[in-house]
Design a protein around this ligand. Structure first.
Ligand code: PLP
Length: 391
């Protein structure tokens, strides 16, 4: 068995701890080194010019990266770790999830395939980026069963989130990837993370994360990352070099650290979320609970548990619930150690036109909860008390 096939055979939790750190013992260090250099001195300008010709195409070359916008060793550790955990050849990290999505769209626009087919709902700003055509792309919004018919000769990408933000709608990735034919399927895996779902195993060629969320896990780092094959990764690196949407090395350090506790965090908060979702189905102020698996699963083998996100439709005023929580943090974003609650129609999806929002199930009564690591009874106390304020 080679070193890398031995690593691949290890359990996911083991790989989450060790990915991106395999050389540390030989280096004689325990924490991963943070390289803050913005430039890399060299006395060989001609040699660097030759390397730059290659790096400018997005191809990676051995040695240090010449300049911080071309790459960074600490960021490279996070990329290697995430690629391994998603089961992809490569990964390319960005300054935020939106920067990562922007690069994916720019890659297909510059390749002459500016048409995107996308399944709603998506995170509000992702929806806006596509709907506004700001990057020169055009979009056809389609339900999963309409995707095959919506694909055209100039379609460069199909985009889906599953579970979707904020309705937790699940899409069968295997069926969708078959409907895409040769067009790459981009699955935003921010909500599930590779702990619960690995889209590449179900046919998605491109897996995107807002690393700001569960991957970082503590609400203190912004980042984005795309796991994909090496060919698409080159296009992304080439764009990142010229557009400059790089991940900071300190952020990469925090993300590698976050990955090591990702399985234990997701497992714990998913169990709490499942319990809360179950209790919420019987709460008099809740008319509907959105949680993967509450109803019979569509893609049964796609996600190993329901995850840490729950959404509820309130029978009453959702804003008074937000105003009444005392333990739960009333804030946008998700995937932190503390539980967060927000009103998608006012915050995360406010930028989407009200009629489009409503058509994709994001109604004004919906609240989205990102379940953290607190004790389930304390969370239930706070939720129950806040829901009773919903008049
Ligand atoms: N994708 C999803 C599912 C998100 O929820 C978000 C942000 O909330 C993004 C992408 C964008 O990520 P970022 O805020 O890191 O730019």
């Amino acid at each position: 068995m080679t070193t890398s096939s031995r690593a691949q055979a290890r359990a996911f939790a083991t790989r989450a701890v060790h990915a991106g750190r395999e050389d540390l013992t030989d280096l004689g260090v325990h924490a991963i080194p943070i390289d803050l250099s913005t430039t890399y001195p060299s006395r060989d300008s001609l040699g660097e010019a030759a390397r730059l010709d290659i790096m400018g195409t997005g191809e990676q070359v051995p040695g240090l990266p010449l300049y911080g916008r071309l790459g960074n060793p600490t960021v490279a550790r996070f990329e290697a770790a995430l690629a391994e955990l998603e089961g992809c050849e490569s990964a390319v990290a960005f300054a935020s999830g939106m920067a990562a999505l922007t690069a994916c769209i720019q890659a297909v626009v510059t390749a002459g395939k500016p048409h995107v087919v996308a399944v709603r709902p998506l995170y509000g700003t992702s929806d806006h980026l596509l709907d506004s055509g700001l990057l020169g792309s055009t979009v056809t919004w389609a339900q999963p069963h309409e995707v095959a018919a919506a694909i055209r000769p100039d379609t460069g990408l199909v985009i889906v989130e599953t579970p979707a933000n904020p309705t937790l709608a699940e899409v069968d990735l295997r069926a969708l990837s078959e409907a895409c034919g040769p067009v790459p399927l981009l699955a935003d895996n921010t909500f599930a993370t590779p702990v619960l779902q690995r889209p590449a195993e179900h046919g998605a060629g491109i897996v995107l994360h807002s690393a700001t969320k569960f991957l970082g896990g503590h609400g203190d780092v912004m980042g984005g990352v795309v796991a994909c094959d090496e060919q698409f990764a080159r296009a992304l690196r080439q764009l990142r070099f010229v557009t400059g949407a790089v991940l900071h090395p300190l952020a990469a350090y925090l993300l590698v650290r976050g990955l090591s506790t990702l399985p234990i965090r997701l497992t714990t908060s998913s169990a709490t979320a499942a319990e809360l979702a179950d209790r919420l189905t019987r709460h008099p102020k809740v008319s509907k609970v959105h949680y993967p698996g509450l109803e019979p699963r569509r893609p049964a083998d796609q996600m190993t548990s329901g995850g840490a996100m729950v959404s509820v439709e309130i029978d009453g005023d959702p804003h008074s619930v937000i105003g009444a929580v005392r333990l739960i943090t009333p804030a946008v974003s998700l995937g932190s150690t503390d539980t967060l609650i927000q009103h998608p129609a006012s915050i995360s999806h406010h930028i989407v036109a009200p009629e489009d929002r409503a058509a994709s199930g994001v109604n004004d009564r919906l609240l989205r909860i990102s379940v953290g690591l607190e004790d389930v009874e304390d969370l239930w106390d706070d939720l129950d008390h806040a829901l009773k304020a919903a008049d």
